[in-house]
Design a protein around this ligand. Structure first.
Ligand SMILES: Cc1cc2nc3c(=O)[nH]c(=O)nc-3n(C[C@H](O)[C@H](O)[C@H](O)COP(=O)(O)OP(=O)(O)OC[C@H]3O[C@@H](n4cnc5c(N)ncnc54)[C@H](O)[C@@H]3O)c2cc1C
Length: 285
């Protein structure tokens, strides 16, 4: 039988870490799943002057967290959650892997590159955030990929294995691909348009007909990750204890809205962990 965790924490930033650490202290069997340890936003900070007891760079902050994490026995499982299915238990898919948990804490942060007009409206109707999940749907078609960082170049190559042409809108310099059917555009599209489904992208000059658009970046909008989750734009709607409209699913950190700050994210991670702990205790009673 597949293992069922007490809690699955999705997101490797400070909010996710704080939740995972608190769950460890509460002796909960938790899986902490994230794309990278503590996240780029923490490592990138030049100087952190508003987090208690940290006087220095994000790199120093990150080193302190890693020291604590190792001492406390908290472990990050590397992976990117593609979907979270609410149920009893919850199912989290990450590429080829599937994880089960009685509760989930979403701590996926917010995208730095910002949404494109029309992106929300066409979710599930030609807009996708997961090449592995949806790439095969576009066999022989002309599609686009809006790519936030070189680490997603591999996913564009994967799409090129199905599509006739992949128009790659790369939001980083010096993009290069090996597949011959990838056309690089060094700009961000202005809008996604269509009827029942995606039909075209609006560019600075003219439009481009495409059957689908993949947004390849760290934080997919939470509504795309979790079906049925109540959101306002890119933010999960939560109560003060981190609970959402889906029983057993909690959220913490930037994904719940402003202020976008480490201390708020860490505090919410802790609160969400306590809430998940209480939820599980109540369910068992
Ligand atoms: C350059 C810079 C400097 C900053 N300086 C400061 C500062 O000095 N003080 C301050 O208080 N704040 C600062 N901030 C803001 C701060 O970085 C954020 O508020 C904080 O990182 C939020 O933490 P989080 O855990 O909610 O999200 P994030 O740090 O964004 O972490 C989320 C993590 O989850 C991962 N993830 C996303 N989707 C998935 C998925 N589907 N599956 C698995 N993992 C996923 C992401 O890759 C990321 O690693 C700064 C931000 C930037 C960009």
């Amino acid at each position: 039988m597949e293992k069922i965790y007490d809690v699955i924490v999705v997101g490797g930033g400070i909010a996710g870490y704080s939740a995972a650490l608190t769950l460890k202290n509460l002796k909960r069997d938790a899986l902490w799943l994230g794309t990278d340890l503590f996240g780029e936003k923490l490592r990138a900070a030049e100087y952190v002057r508003n987090y208690p007891a940290v006087c220095g760079s994000g790199a120093l902050f990150s080193a302190r967290l890693e020291e604590q994490m190792n001492k406390e026995g908290v472990v990050l499982t590397r992976g990117r959650a593609d979907a979270v299915y609410a149920g009893d238990p919850f199912t989290v898919t990450a590429g080829e892997k599937t994880y089960l948990g009685r509760s989930v804490i979403l701590a996926t942060g917010v995208s730095q590159t910002g949404a494109v007009k029309g992106e929300d409206a066409f979710l599930g109707r030609g807009v996708s955030y997961c090449a592995v999940c949806d790439g095969a749907l576009y066999r022989g078609k002309v599609i686009a990929a809006v790519i936030a960082s070189p680490k997603y170049a591999e996913e564009a190559e994967y799409l090129a294995g199905f599509a006739a042409t992949v128009h790659a809108f790369c939001l980083y310099p010096d993009a290069a691909f090996s597949a011959g059917n990838i056309v690089v555009h060094p700009e961000k599209p202005l809008a996604v348009e269509g009827g029942m489904r995606v039909e075209r992208l609006v560019l600075k000059e003219g439009t481009l007909d495409v059957a689908g658009v993949f947004f390849l970046r760290d934080a997919a909008p939470p509504a795309a990750l979790v079906g049925g989750l109540q959101t306002e734009g890119a933010q999960v709607v939560t109560a003060r204890d981190g609970s959402t409209n889906l029983p057993g699913l909690f959220a913490a950190g930037d994904v719940t809205g402003r202020p976008y700050q480490y201390a708020k994210a860490a505090g919410e991670g802790l609160a969400a962990a306590y809430s998940a702990h209480a939820y599980l205790a109540e369910k068992k009673a």
